[in-house]
Design a protein around this ligand. Structure first.
Ligand code: SF4
Length: 216
């Protein structure tokens, strides 16, 4: 049952997709930030296959870093930070490895094709972790997106004032009083987990909007 959250809540992956421009419909994240318990569109067999591939990569990555000073995975890494406005931002990096030199590296595993939001997601973790846990306070935090056949490292220096300002801009969009317009499209609604119960404008089939005929 859809119920209002006690306060605004933003999951890092929603924010990363918004910042990367990979979702045009800002309304979905605006809604998720305010409501919980909503019915979700069913996931398919591809989602289950993704989960298995992701877990295998996670396991292999943790073994690779068994020599590190400490390695934390998934649930151990969940953090919550609260803005001055009261909005909570939360995330869960796949793996964080502490090195002997006092630094930390955040890894996130992606099983699909590389997207800009993959990098932004890890940068958001790098920005927020020092505020979310005393373990990372004052530490030099680097990042890395792990694909099945390549890796994209992110230097600690990528987290600067400009990036923080851009994060602020997009969080402010989600905090606005006035909701953004829904922008339904077959391509995007297909992957959106909201149902018509909460979003009556959802397009469920490619052919749902009739095309027209050219007069020539
Ligand atoms: S179902 Fe479509 S229109 Fe509705 S929130 Fe999701 S993407 Fe936007």
């Amino acid at each position: 049952m859809t119920v209002a959250r006690p306060g605004l809540y933003v999951w890092v992956t929603w924010l990363a997709k918004l910042m990367a421009g990979e979702v045009q419909c800002h309304w979905a994240a605006y809604f998720r930030a305010r409501y919980m318990g909503y019915a979700k569109a069913p996931s398919d067999f591809q989602a289950a296959a993704w989960m298995v591939a992701h877990n295998q990569c996670l396991d292999e990555l943790c073994r690779e870093y068994s020599e590190a000073a400490a390695v934390f995975r998934e649930d151990q890494n969940q953090f919550r930070v609260t803005r001055k406005s009261g909005t909570v931002v939360s995330g869960k990096p796949d793996v964080i490895a502490l090195d002997a030199g006092g630094g930390a590296t955040v890894y996130d595993i992606k099983t699909g094709a590389p997207r800009h939001s993959d990098i932004i997601q890890v940068m958001l973790y790098m920005l927020m972790l020092p505020y979310g846990s005393p373990v990372y306070k004052g530490k030099k935090i680097s990042g890395c997106v792990v694909y099945h056949d390549s890796r994209t490292p992110i230097p600690a220096s990528a987290i600067d004032k400009e990036f923080q300002d851009r994060v602020t801009y997009f969080l402010n969009i989600l905090e606005a009083q006035e909701p953004p317009r829904r922008t339904p499209s077959a391509a995007e609604c297909r992957y959106c987990d909201l149902t018509r119960g909460d979003c009556p404008e959802k397009i469920e089939r490619e052919d749902e909007r009739e095309g027209g005929e050219l007069p020539f």
